[in-house]
Design a binder for this molecule. Structure first.
Ligand code: CDP
Ligand code: CDP
Length: 213
């Protein structure tokens, strides 16, 4: 009892993890970390230097050189960075370099973290583990709307195939593959809007926090 809560929000691409984690954090008064930004920033640095994002030696060096400022860059979204992030994320040395950052973020104060392996690897003892999912078609639709809102013209079929390709890469890698932790609560948000998903998640989290004392 009394331990600062750590809430893990994992799931596939464009499932609504970030939106949900941000709202949970605000409701619970906890800090929020979108861990995908760490991998995006490393992928971005690899693209900037014209390197192959699968180059393990260079990618590890970029992961170790990451600063807070990298995470605030405006150019961390879009299909090119999506795939570069997923490529560097498959490299064990990159994942290892980012582990202390993620753990330190929650130390002493708790946090809501969203990503792929928060409940399986980063915080296997998290107070609450949510695995947020939705059908690939619905997730692709959400990503398409986001792109359009940013003024980016995108082809729906292409967005869907990019989502499927990235999920396959994230699920099939050897290092911290995307999968629900055995003790995660799966929240299927297909057909739920962001408000409905948040209401369900908050009820689950509050119940767990009560029983965790
Ligand atoms: O972090 P992740 O890539 O999983 O998703 P996100 O960045 O939170 O984006 C999800 C998008 O889908 C946002 O534009 C949300 O408004 C929308 N959305 C959602 O988050 N949850 C739903 N249940 C339905 C839609
Ligand atoms: O928002 P979206 O779901 O599209 O992606 P993201 O959460 O920003 O993550 C981008 C990529 O980083 C993913 O496709 C994963 O390969 C990787 N990632 C990871 O391996 N582990 C995490 N904890 C978070 C992201």
């Amino acid at each position: 009892a009394g331990r600062a809560p750590v809430i893990a929000v994992d799931g596939p691409a464009a499932a609504g993890k970030g939106t949900l984690a941000r709202r949970l954090a605000a409701a619970l008064g906890l800090p929020h970390l979108d861990t995908g930004l760490l991998y995006r920033a490393v992928g971005r640095r690899m693209l900037d230097r014209g390197a192959d994002p699968r180059d393990a030696v260079l990618a590890e060096a970029e992961a170790r050189a990451l600063t807070e400022a990298d995470l605030g860059r405006p150019d961390l979204r879009g299909p090119e960075v999506d795939m570069a992030a997923s490529a560097v994320a498959a490299i064990p040395a990159v994942r290892a370099a980012l582990l202390d950052w993620q753990r330190g973020f929650a130390r002493g104060r708790g946090a809501v973290l969203d990503g792929r392996d928060i409940g399986t690897v980063v915080f296997p003892d998290a107070t609450v583990k949510l695995y947020v999912d939705a059908s690939p078609e619905e997730r692709a639709r959400r990503r398409l709307l986001e792109l359009r809102a940013r003024g980016v013209a995108a082809d729906p079929d292409q967005v869907l195939s990019e989502v499927l390709a990235r999920d396959a890469q994230d699920r099939n890698r050897a290092a911290a593959p995307l999968r629900p932790a055995p003790d995660a609560i799966v929240l299927d948000t297909t057909g739920l809007d962001a408000d409905a998903a948040f209401a369900r998640a908050l009820a689950i989290v509050r119940e767990r926090l009560r029983s965790a004392g």
